[in-house]
Design a binder for this molecule. Structure first.
Ligand SMILES: [Fe+2]
Length: 189
């Protein structure tokens, strides 16, 4: 149970982020097949949320897993390989619009990868890490992730619809994944 005054520990924080991404996928599922600005913006919010989440895990979760779990090296290697696979789908998605034929199949593939990721972490990795890692260390790591992510961009597009914007106004966001990674790791500007 988390007190209001405390920031979430690493596992609670990452679990909350899983729920946020689930919600975006549910919203997308409701409008599957629609060639709308809403679909495009939701797709970009998925990419932003997932890249931000992946960076937090790569910087603070997997190093801890490697250090504290017996088979941590193999577990972390598997998760990182899955991040690479998901990131390929996100690079496809950033260049697509909902009126492209490949948009919805790419959303579906990405959703399935995320579903597996969430299941593996929440069923196996997180419980084992909670048992192996002291609470104060998990809180310290949670604070570090929050600190890094405070600077993450939250707007999916400078032309995010304000209500009346149409899909025609929204171009592809090629380079979105790279820009997010550069911003989070201090590369670029
Ligand atoms: Fe995760």
């Amino acid at each position: 149970m988390r007190k209001m005054s405390e920031s979430p520990d690493l596992i609670d924080l990452l679990t909350d982020q899983h729920r946020d991404v689930d919600l975006l996928f549910y919203q997308l599922a409701d409008i599957t097949g629609e060639a709308s600005a809403e679909a495009l913006v939701l797709g970009r919010r998925v990419v932003i949320s997932l890249v931000t989440h992946a960076i937090g895990e790569e910087q603070h979760l997997y190093p801890t897993v490697r250090r504290l779990l017996d088979d941590g090296e193999a577990l972390a290697d598997r998760e990182v390989a899955e991040h690479d696979q998901a990131e390929r789908a996100m690079r496809d998605l950033e260049a697509l619009r909902p009126d492209d034929e490949a948009f919805w199949p790419t959303v579906r593939d990405l959703r399935e990868m995320v579903r597996q990721h969430v299941e593996e972490e929440e069923q196996e990795l997180f419980p084992r890490l909670r048992a192996a890692c002291p609470d104060n260390e998990l809180r310290r790591l949670g604070a570090k992730v929050q600190q890094t992510q405070r600077h993450a961009p939250t707007r999916p597009h400078p032309l995010a619809p304000s209500g009346e914007a149409s899909l025609a106004l929204l171009g592809p966001a090629i380079g979105l994944v790279d820009r997010l990674r550069d911003a989070a790791t201090g590369r670029g500007h």
